[in-house]
Design a protein around this ligand. Sequence first.
Ligand code: OAD
Length: 319
Amino acid sequence: MASAIPAADLRSFSEYLKTSKRIIALLGAGISASSGLPTFRGAGGLWRTYEATDLATPEAFEANPDLVWQFYSYRRHMALKAQPNRAHFALAELARKRKDFITLTQNVDGLSPRANHPSEQLHLLHGSLFNVKCTSFYCSYSRNNDFTDPIVPALAIPKNLPEPTPSTGDKTGEEATRSLYNALGIAEGEEVDISDDRVPLKGLSTDLLPHCPECKEGLLRPGVVWFGESLPLQTLDTVDNWMKAGPIDLILVIGTSSRVYPAAGYVDKARAKGARVAVVNMDRNDVGSSGLKPGDWFFKGDAGVIVPEILQSVTGEIQ
Ligand code: OAD
């Protein structure tokens, strides 16, 4: 396929990449849109119909654990059905080729780990859909990499509703959002009140939701970072130490609207350590609050196509 990337940009970036030593990538939902998963703020993104605060806060979980679990159960299901794409594989290969390269992902979908991205070079800033932890104040139980689908029988997709299915033809995750809202029983584009009882599983008895096997009392919750919560401290420390360890050559900013902090703040932090910035995005406006500077690159298009191409000078061809 003919490349949509201007040849001069591809050349200058490839040359710079070859000599770059300390590199970071910051990933957002757009990289997984190439695998058919929904984004949040893009056209048709998840937060376009539902308010994020209705589904992704500790208060929402406290008020409606059934609805919040239902939302996350569908997202687990879709993420398991999706496959990592060539961008995830290219970054994993870059990590094997450059030991001083780290990836910070805001994505909770497990696609970078499933592309075998070396785990010590991958930092999950917002946790994972496949981690769960106990909500009891007195219990510290958690478990990682639980791929059971559905996580409990009551969270299976009701037989009368369409399966939310990722499609790789869906370059912005728009179809995936529609499919997920269908599964939640909500018409496309409709503003939904959280108390709406058309939500199919609303009112599911708390007894049927996942419970802690250790304390037997607490409800389990998804091991993701919700609005109002801090990012995992150990991850933040590890990343900060890496950033302090020396100058940074390059930060790749892939498929993120760069609107959510502290994640988006890594771009300016890397810049302060000397990094040049390369943004890969479908939308020319999504370059972060401080914009692009001379010497930066903007690669417009689908991450699944662009990323393997711009990394090829180091990674070789990615199948
Ligand atoms: P957003 O939905 O805010 O942004 C997705 C970005 O991907 C947009 O800039 C799109 O233009 C771009 N995009 C869409 N399809 C693309 C494709 N195929 N190739 C390249 N770019 C594409 O998602 P994030 O920036 O990841 O947090 O959002 C950050 C955080 O906000 C998420 O981690 C989540 C959300 O609320 C929590 O849930 C805590």
